[in-house]
Design a protein around this ligand. Sequence first.
Ligand code: MN
Length: 207
Amino acid sequence: MAYELAPLPYDYAALEPFIDTETMKIHHGKHHQAYVNNLNAALANYPELAAKSVDDLVRDLAQVPEEIKGAVRNNGGGHANHTAFWKLMGPVSAPGIGGHPSGAIASQISADFGDFDAFKKTFNETTAKQFGSGWGWLVFTGGKLKVISTPNQESPLTQGLYPILFNDVWEHAYYLKYQNRRPDYLVAWWNVINWAEVNRRFAIAKG
Ligand code: MN
């Protein structure tokens, strides 16, 4: 069973003005589609691997044969990361999008970072400093929230961590609107966070 690109769960224009329509069309329809296509090509002769969920595939990267491990790290990671990323955001006009966190994640952020602004600063600084292409991630480890970053499409799943909140800082995610101003994109992005989805992921991360 080949992997497939799911439709974006909202309109391409839904994240305006923070993330522009053209960026969303290219990011979802071209970049994410390419990860899916390349992953399917890499796994063409490995039906037992292609039968896994993409998250399990990336989680079990150590079990992937050497000859396709790089392709799976890049394209399996790309498919897994983007599939989760679209759901982590929502239409700016919808309730519960942007603004301050609610629920269990709000309390945990206060406990581990002091307050929401301090957390955003840590997340944005760590993510802004990721050299070249990559992602910034909020994970839960050792009973605490922690911010990390990874290069390229490497997922925390491969490290045994379940990502809760994360942002894509490949230039394809922001260059049309923000050009070289990655920090401006990072600041704007908080306006499109779907906090219900963050809380859903936090509950899974806590186990
Ligand atoms: Mn991307």
